[in-house]
Write a protein that binds this ligand. Structure first.
Ligand SMILES: Cc1cc2nc3c(=O)[nH]c(=O)nc-3n(C[C@H](O)[C@H](O)[C@H](O)COP(=O)(O)OP(=O)(O)OC[C@H]3O[C@@H](n4cnc5c(N)ncnc54)[C@H](O)[C@@H]3O)c2cc1C
Ligand SMILES: O=C([O-])CC(=O)C(=O)O
Length: 316
């Protein structure tokens, strides 16, 4: 929206957000109530955008890189070709020789995808916003309506915060604990198809996961879970026994049956405040963030046209 001036209000910035905890891998999670063609479009736009960054001089500062590896299954999944298989690069079934590395698994998919390292990616985005004159304010918003005197349009990207801010009862936390370790010899990603155990090498550290605890709001690391994640990852990649400098992180995935990318007009006493919601990305926010942001920006465009229409009608 080039004609707008933009301000970002947030009670927390990087490194204190859910996005800072994420592994940042581009492997989509399916949203049950969002049509697949829409999810695929979001993923495609995100992949294309990040692929261009990975192929530019900005790649290391932005923390974006290509990574190859395997998703392995103990038995052949129902869906051998996921909807995103023609967007990642070189998707194929693993060979017998590759599967020898995983004696507990019988089927696997090999592909190359992208990974966003956080905080570097968030800091890079912040730097780009500031360079275009965007103001950043540390502020907790208690009610969207409190913004109606200051702003013409509000874009609500509050993740799990939307549970309280807009009282969205369809939004629920899925707690995830991960370890960030020093193991620079690990170059390939490994993901168990059950979605619970994964090893994702980043530029500086390797993310080991994970857990999915629906309904848990606890942000405290659990020592037993740390040992369990470490053991599970070592059984997939035994060399991790030598990993050092283990840091533990916990985040709450802002989960919903579908991402809420939607326009709404709040109204009080004849005064209107257009809002575009863009939250509820669950376990796959990195994988679709650019696509959902593009869709939100188009909705902002519609809000602008509606405001321009109503102000010219008022002048008449
Ligand atoms: C362990 C784990 C691993 C993950 N791995 C991956 C992965 O590999 N790939 C992937 O695609 N996704 C992954 N995810 C999912 C991803 O992290 C989320 O989908 C994504 O971070 C959500 O981003 P968001 O911007 O909506 O939320 P957040 O990052 O939480 O940002 C919301 C922002 O809104 C602010 N805010 C909230 N409420 C208010 C308020 N009332 N007033 C002012 N500010 C407010 C917050 O301070 C914060 O800055 C993972 C998540 C976890 C927990
Ligand atoms: O499932 C994965 O591969 C990583 C992830 O997105 C998560 O833990 O939410």
């Amino acid at each position: 929206c080039p004609s707008c001036s933009v301000a970002v209000l947030s009670d927390q910035f990087s490194p204190n957000t859910t996005s800072d905890v994420a592994a940042g891998m581009l492997i989509p999670h399916t949203y049950p109530d969002t049509p697949i063609h829409r999810q695929k479009q979001w993923f495609k736009e995100t992949f294309t955008y990040l692929f261009a960054i990975s192929n530019s001089a900005e790649a290391s500062e932005a923390g974006i890189h290509l990574v190859s590896g395997w998703q392995v299954f103990k038995s052949t999944p129902k869906e051998e070709l996921p909807f995103w298989s023609d967007i990642v690069l070189g998707f194929r079934a693993m060979s017998e020789a590759e599967l020898l590395k995983f004696p507990q698994h019988r089927f696997g998919q090999a592909f190359t995808t992208l990974k966003c390292d956080c905080p570097p990616y968030l800091l890079w985005l912040e730097k780009r916003l500031k360079a275009t004159g965007t103001q950043m304010y540390t502020r907790k918003v208690a009610d969207l309506w409190e913004l109606h005197n200051e702003y013409d349009i509000v874009v609500n990207c509050t993740g799990m915060g939307a549970h309280q801010l807009v009282g969205d009862k369809q939004l629920f936390p899925v707690r995830g604990q991960v370890l960030k370790v020093h193991a620079p010899w690990v170059k390939h990603f490994i993901r168990d198809g059950d979605g619970l155990t994964y090893i994702y090498p980043g530029i500086h550290r390797v993310t080991l996961g994970g857990t999915r605890e629906e309904g848990s709001w606890s942000l405290s690391p659990d020592a037993g879970t740390t040992r369990d994640i470490f053991d599970r990852c070592c059984s997939l990649e035994p060399s991790l026994h030598k990993a050092q400098d283990i840091q533990v992180k916990v985040g709450l995935r802002p989960s919903r049956q579908c991402v809420r990318v939607q326009r709404e007009v709040l109204s009080q006493g004849g005064v209107k405040l257009p809002v575009v919601h863009n939250y509820g990305h669950g376990a796959g926010g990195f994988s679709v963030h650019r696509g959902t942001a593009n869709e939100a920006a188009r909705l902002v465009g519609k809000c602008i046209s509606a405001l321009q229409g109503s102000s010219s009608r008022a002048k008449l």
